[in-house]
Design a protein around this ligand. Structure first.
Ligand code: ZN
Length: 150
């Protein structure tokens, strides 16, 4: 069977779902329950990559989802721990800048429907809240500092 679909050519939503599914799938083969630092996770992944069966496991996923995912797993650079929930995820954005997982999509409850307007994940929303609290605090500090000096 020839796999025609390329991961980067898919819609963003599908990329997210596939990256999440791949993380769940691969974690069965190499992950420990808990990691304190990302490098340990990557080291474990590198060991796993060196195993003979690694390619078979990847191919199995590719066949099942009819998509080539080689660029996600060609090295351990996309194997990450979420800066918020500390769980393993696979970064799938083109530039590999992602530091927050997009596992659980944030849903807003509105008139008996679940809506997700911006498609952000729960971890991304928490991160944004945190950032705006930090920004607000900084503003207050600057204001009070400049107030004193006057
Ligand atoms: Zn997370």
């Amino acid at each position: 069977m020839i796999i025609i679909r390329k991961f980067l050519e898919l819609e963003k939503d599908e990329q997210r779902d596939l990256a999440n599914a791949l993380a769940v799938y691969l974690s069965k083969f190499f992950c420990q329950d808990y990691y304190i630092n990302e490098q340990d996770l990557r080291n474990d992944f590198d060991c796993f990559r060196k195993q003979d069966f690694f390619q078979d496991i990847v191919s199995e996923f590719e066949r099942e989802h009819d998509v080539s995912i080689a660029f996600l797993v060609k090295n351990s650079k996309r194997i990450k721990l979420c800066k918020r929930c500390n769980e393993f995820f696979i970064s799938f954005d083109t530039r590999n800048r992602q530091q927050i997982c997009r596992k659980q999509i944030y849903v807003r409850f509105a008139s008996d429907k679940f809506l997700n307007i911006n498609k952000r994940s729960v971890c991304e929303m928490i991160q944004r809240q945190q950032k705006s609290i930090e920004w607000y605090r900084k503003q207050l500090l600057t204001e009070s500092a400049s107030g004193k000096s006057q």
